[in-house]
Design a protein around this ligand. Sequence first.
Ligand SMILES: *[C@@H]1O[C@H](CO)[C@@H](O)[C@H](O)[C@H]1NC(C)=O
Length: 360
Amino acid sequence: MKYTLLPALLSLGGAYAITPNNIISPASISGSLSALKYTNVGGSGSYNQVTNMIQGAWPSCTANPSCITSPKQVSGPLAPFDEEMTAVLRGPMTLHNIAVYQPSNSSAATWKRTSSWQQGSAPDNLVFMNNKGGGASGEWDTCGGNSQSYSNGDFTDAAASPNADTYSANLPGTQEVNIVTGTSCADVPCDGFARGTASHGWSGSKAFIFEFDMPSDGSSNPPAIWLLNQQVVNAAQYGCNCRGMGGSGGCGELDVFEVLPTNLQQGITEIYSFKGATGGGDGNFWARPTSGTVTYMAILDVQTDSISIQRLTEWDFTQTQITRSIVDGYLTVPSMTVNFGSQNSRRAEKRSWMHRRHLH
Ligand SMILES: *[C@@H]1O[C@H](CO)[C@@H](O)[C@H](O)[C@H]1NC(C)=O
């Protein structure tokens, strides 16, 4: 990626926004979305933090309640999306590159690459996990089910240790994998309840960049990329957790690119927190890359209290840092804008989301 050296007239936080030159031309993608920005993301409120999971006695869950929660108050720009987050990917998908960039604080002049992975190479401060705990790694209990586990190389089972295998590019349909940092909750305590192989996500401001394609696997399995508060997977992604789904609770979920079973050629974005839920709305969708690779970036920025998701023409994954002014450039490209202020629906379920259910 190279920069256009003409600073945009817009000035943010005292720094000039530099217009990036890898923005996809909306005209080239025939009516599908090229960029969407959520504004006024943060809020003051609370979600039901999981503080304990009671195991119960085998063979049936005998503890009631077994999922112990306590309201956690949060507030401020981006809250609760400023907390640690993980990215979840569901196949069918071919994965080429992933990178995460973060500033050391919300006003730092550079965002450094804190994690990365390239197909066929060893990940850097990035661990692929899945929810198959209880066998090769992680744990299983009667009330809580499977914890997280380290993913094996073809994303189909658990492995005994982090990144034990070289990762194949192919994430099969119905399989899910999520990425976390290389720091486990056993080494550095995590917020909320954590068990098994639970690990830290990425906190504060962060930019996730994914290079992938979503080919059909000959069935109707819908691929997706979404972000969750790290605490969701550290307890149980499909069970006892703080997700709340925008209705009551809601520790933060961002659907970056979710293909729905009702239209396998389109991907949507939605945001959920204790404030409710909103999204791109009807008729505004990403084009599913069934052939050919695409690059998407999701920037979650504390300083501007906004989240921007955009399709790029390319990304140079070897870049070890980017400047705040180029981040500002991405945050100010022409986008569909969705205000996540105070007028959100408090929906329990608007659509029948595949990933709300346990697929295995
Ligand atoms: C933010 O980070 C930058 C770069 O590391 C540093 O120079 C600056 O002092 C930090 N600011 C605050 C408020 O901590």
